[in-house]
Design a protein. Structure first.
Length: 382
């Protein structure tokens, strides 16, 4: 860890404003990097060189000054970082008077060095984690050896089952229209605020990062059995800011392939929420039943099936809403009629009319399944 003028000068200046002693701070080469006498910055300090060699403090009184030409009474104290002497603090004055001030300055510099080192380590881990996650989710062959090495260095146990959540927040998306630097800064502040909030919402074995265009990747371990409460807490946290959002939750899986599959399931949840025009909410892949599998059918095949059954223009919106409600109610006529606020006979009339228009009988399983496919494909086409 290198002590620089940028690091040391604010400390020296602030402390000298409340004391009458000159302060010098030297680096690991004995060069003065901060001083109350600005002309001395860049010069070598002989006393500091001795402290760097002996690794011990140096107290210089009047008698010692006579044996050290050019020196003044004071103290020189080693600045230590991770068992290494990386610099020296020097204060001019009576050693008995200035020693305690020197100790305070030494402690301030050492604490600052620890903070800088910790911040660098956190920044490095954040960058490494973002790289790991982005490498994991890109749609090409997994570079397993590299990813496993990175996971080991980040202390991520790939054998642990985790569910991947994707949180997408509209107010954190970037667009080309955003020319204002203030607006971009506000988006970045929102991202950092959300990431900081995650620290207290997720467990120790979770890991997360911002991935792209307003989206966050969050891996939650299965061993905690807190999957639903966690995404519920995240949802509540987002709602405090009135953000528009989508949350998708994949199945619990382990390993690189498993995490990628869970991520794709979470993405699928968000994609389906948008296509089915659902309001902001969290959905799990299991909530969608068979629909994610139908979504894998190429759109050209879906369109061909719809054309084969002359779907386009056959039913009005009331007909479609009747069918959706009937299917959502598991074919319960009483519940369907109650939700639609119609009489049972009116419901049967509508269903019979739909069967006539589509040439598909809702009373027959195969025909009803085709109707379900047609409704679903129409929504997947949006």
């Amino acid at each position: 860890m290198k002590i620089t003028t940028e690091l040391a000068l604010p400390i020296a200046s602030q402390l000298m404003s409340v004391m009458d002693f000159n302060i010098n701070i030297m680096d690991d080469q004995g060069i003065i990097v901060a001083s109350g006498q600005s002309q001395r910055i860049g010069q070598q300090h002989e006393g500091a060189l001795q402290v760097l060699v002996t690794r011990t403090q140096q107290l210089i009184g009047e008698e010692e000054c006579r044996n050290l030409p050019g020196s003044k009474p004071g103290v020189n104290l080693p600045i230590e970082f991770q068992d290494n002497v990386v610099g020296v603090v020097g204060i001019t004055g009576n050693p008995e008077e200035v020693y305690k001030f020197g100790t305070i300055i030494k402690m301030n510099v050492e604490i600052l060095l620890e903070q800088i080192h910790m911040n660098k380590q956190l920044h490095f881990r954040k960058m490494a984690l973002e790289g790991f996650i982005n490498e994991l989710i890109v749609p090409h062959n997994l570079r397993e050896k590299k990813l496993k090495m990175t996971a080991r260095s980040l202390q991520i146990d790939l054998n642990m089952e985790r569910s991947i959540m994707v949180v997408e927040i509209e107010e954190m998306k970037w667009s080309e229209e955003m020319e204002s630097s203030d607006l971009l800064q506000k988006i970045n502040e929102r991202k950092e605020q959300f990431l900081n909030g995650l620290k207290v919402l997720v467990s120790f074995h979770s890991f997360y990062a911002y991935i792209e265009d307003g989206a966050f990747f969050i891996a939650v371990p299965a061993e905690d059995q807190f999957q639903k409460p966690i995404y519920a807490k995240i949802e509540q946290y987002i709602q405090r800011f009135d953000y528009r959002y989508y949350i998708g939750v994949g199945k619990f899986r382990s390993g690189l392939e498993g995490y990628r599959a869970s991520y794709n399931e979470a993405r699928s949840c968000i994609r389906l929420s948008k296509r089915f025009q659902q309001a902001s909410q969290a959905t799990c892949i299991d909530d969608w039943g068979i629909i994610p599998y139908l979504d894998l059918i190429p759109q050209s095949v879906q369109k061909e099936f719809m054309q084969q059954h002359k779907w386009s223009g056959q039913l009005n919106e009331d007909h479609k809403q009747t069918l959706r409600t009937f299917l959502d109610c598991n074919l319960d006529v009483r519940e369907t009629a109650a939700l639609l606020h119609v009489h049972r006979n009116t419901l049967f009339y509508r269903l019979d009319r739909i069967s006539q228009l589509l040439q598909l009988d809702y009373r027959k399983f195969n025909d009803l399944f085709k109707i379900k496919l047609l409704l679903t494909f129409e929504q997947l086409q949006n």
